[in-house]
Design a protein around this ligand. Structure first.
Ligand code: EPU
Length: 338
């Protein structure tokens, strides 16, 4: 177990916000985590668990304990003629796992190539991109229960996945720490390449495979999304709002060019990036923060921004979208107030 005091979190948040935590603890096994949960450090202080820090915005120094997993390991558990189950420790880098499975020709994760972050966050957030979500391949989630340190296993159905959502963000918030995830992948992959920009990009491959889908997705991401090491960011800053059929019809009559996706139950998802662009924010800077010039859903730290600079820009954007479209954007990024 590694423990440090007054730890800088600069390397632990992709927004590149320069804050500190009173304590930072990294554990390497389930047993270490179980022991840690019983210590005074966690009884006497508030704490927050981070993964790759790719979906976080710290507003100030964190006056408590930041926990981080170092539980690694990728291994195949079992297989039939049609599927294989792969188990990964929470601290594995998600895209390393995707590269590993794609390298073996297994299907299911290729559309989720290039998403920053670690395995442990994937079920909590139900990460998604290019028409797929991680819920489509999650078989089981292993967690430690914070209350008593018990190791518990949850099925896909237990997790109650939704759009960038799961029970871990709602009813079970703060109750479990993910230690490993088991994914069920296809041995005869069925490719999903209908998503707008991917459908175009994949045309350059004669016979698409999981490897070519990965290559195509990575190419699109490189064009649209800023590299966090160069320009601090946390991916999409907002969720794409899901609206009723009535609201959708009203907007569509005003904006016939508006892109949309059917979201089930008669509802529609409207790309927040499109709305932000319509409001004139794309590529605009305010001090050290800006709206990314290639994807308006992404806010960037041009250097030296703090959490409040980012929140202030976000508030102005939300106000514009509210005024013009009558929609209140919900941040997708996890905002942590000291
Ligand atoms: N659009 C614009 N202007 C913009 C951005 C987007 O007009 O500045 C339009 C596009 O032309 C397109 C539509 O909006 O018609 C959708 O754009 P895009 O495919 O780039 O995806 P998105 O809806 O903006 C979502 C996810 C991304 C994911 C992409 C691709 C959310 C909150 N975001 O973005 O996920 O990579 O789809 O599947 O659902 C993330 O969660 O951090 C993330 C990057």
């Amino acid at each position: 177990m590694k423990t440090s005091e007054n730890q800088s979190l600069l390397e632990y948040n992709t927004f590149g916000v320069d804050v500190t935590a009173n304590y930072f603890v990294e554990y390497e096994s389930v047993e270490e985590l179980q022991r840690l949960l019983a210590t005074d450090l966690l009884r006497d202080n508030k704490y927050f668990h981070i993964g790759g820090g790719s979906n976080l915005l710290f507003i100030g120094n964190y006056e408590g304990v930041i926990l981080h997993s170092a539980i690694r390991g990728i291994r195949e558990l079992d297989r039939t003629d049609t599927w294989v189950r792969v188990r990964a420790g929470a601290a594995e880098v998600w895209d390393d796992l995707v590269a590993w499975t794609v390298g073996k020709g297994y299907g299911g994760m290729e559309n989720l190539s290039g998403i920053p972050g670690e395995v442990g966050a994937t079920p909590v957030q139900n990460i998604g991109a290019y028409g797929c979500e991680v819920k489509d391949v999650i078989d089981e989630v292993e967690c430690v229960r914070i209350q008593d340190g018990a190791l518990v296993r949850f099925s896909n159905a237990d997790c109650q996945f939704g759009y960038r959502d799961s029970i871990f963000k709602r009813e079970w918030r703060g109750q479990y720490i993910v230690v490993a995830v088991t994914y069920k992948l296809q041995l005869q992959p069925e490719l999903h390449v209908n998503y707008g920009s991917l459908a175009e990009e994949i045309k350059r491959f004669d016979v698409p495979t999981v490897a070519s889908v990965r290559e195509a997705v990575l190419a699109i991401r490189r064009r649209k999304l800023p590299e966090p090491k160069v320009l601090g960011n946390a991916g999409s800053f907002y969720l794409n709002p899901v609206v009723s059929a009535a609201k959708f019809k009203e907007l569509q009559s005003l904006y016939p060019q508006m892109p949309y996706y059917e979201a089930g139950n008669g509802k529609y998802k409207i790309p927040a990036g499109w709305m932000i662009e319509q409001c004139g924010w794309k590529g605009k800077s305010v001090g050290p923060v800006a709206v990314h010039g290639h994807q308006a859903l992404v806010l960037i730290n041009k250097g030296g921004a703090n959490g409040l600079d980012i929140i202030n820009l976000s508030d102005s954007i939300r106000q514009s979208v509210r005024d013009r479209f009558g929609i209140d954007l919900t941040p997708e990024v996890n905002i942590i107030f000291g």
